[in-house]
Design a protein around this ligand. Structure first.
Ligand SMILES: [Zn+2]
Ligand SMILES: [Zn+2]
Length: 269
């Protein structure tokens, strides 16, 4: 990569030498956090049940973690489509065989149905960014991939949206999913590596053929990056026909990315 990952300075109070004023500040911070917890008890970001213990500001309760993080066992290794047991043992499903795919594998929390579908629909709204972050954490903990990648040569890239759509919606959901994935797997997240350079109609309202046409040439790799030989983990909220991630993977591949893996919350049939 020609562009280096900026080393963010650690401004946590824990890193400051423990002089008296700083210790006082630390103590005040802890008291303020405790008071906030009393006034606004931390809740599960999906079902709103009060949490017994809090590890982060975006957390699911144990029940929701189990319900949402089922991870379909029988799925196509290439596109994560739920398939029969025998098909899952092959390298790709029938649908993948007829497509030119630019990514190697796809991982999903599970099929786009039930509670997971409900969660994925909700994360598209700006006020649900904490839920999106929780699901990103769950994805990172359920999919054991961190050992499969070279830590110094792999980047996490969320699927971008056009600036106008981002302005209207106020949020790009894949950014919130990708952030905890990068954090948990100790990989950099480059939200500005891929750009959506034109307006794209909502894919969900189109036929499979129109989806391909709609997304064609919608992405470009930022000139600030040289991704030759880099492995990329593409992150999106849901995968339906795969047209969007495949187009993003095509552009990344054309720019020299060596291996592209797709990570989504849910896989729609
Ligand atoms: Zn819950
Ligand atoms: Zn497949």
């Amino acid at each position: 990569m020609t562009r280096c990952v900026a080393q963010t300075s650690n401004t946590s109070l824990d890193s400051v030498p423990a002089s008296f004023p700083h210790r006082l500040l630390q103590a005040s911070q802890k008291v303020a956090a405790s008071l906030t917890d009393v006034m606004y008890p931390p809740q599960c970001t999906f079902c709103c049940e009060q949490l017994a213990s809090v590890e982060t500001s975006a957390q699911l309760c144990q029940t929701c973690e189990q319900v949402l993080g089922t991870c379909a066992t029988n799925s196509c290794p290439r596109c994560a489509l739920p398939v029969s047991d025998s098909t899952a043992k092959r390298t790709s499903c029938v649908r993948c065989l007829h497509q030119k795919l630019h990514f190697e594998r796809t991982y999903a929390l599970g099929p786009y149905q039930g509670k997971l579908q409900e969660a994925v629909v909700r994360v598209k709204y700006p006020h649900e960014h904490a839920l999106a972050t929780s699901l990103g954490r769950l994805l990172a903990s359920k999919i054991s991939l961190s050992q499969s990648f070279c830590q110094t040569n792999t980047v996490v890239v969320p699927i971008p949206t056009n600036w106008l759509r981002r302005l209207v919606r106020g949020v790009n959901t894949p950014d919130y999913i990708a952030a905890p994935v990068g954090r948990n797997w100790h990989l950099p997240v480059f939200s500005d590596l891929l750009h959506c350079c034109r307006k794209v109609n909502k894919q969900s309202s189109l036929s499979p053929r129109d989806r391909l046409r709609n997304i064609r040439n919608a992405f470009r790799v930022s000139k600030s990056y040289n991704i030759g030989g880099t492995e990329v983990i593409l992150v999106d909220d849901v995968m339906t026909t795969g047209a969007t991630v495949n187009e993003a993977a095509r552009v990344l591949s054309a720019s020299g990315a060596s291996r592209i893996t797709v990570l989504v919350l849910a896989r729609a049939a």
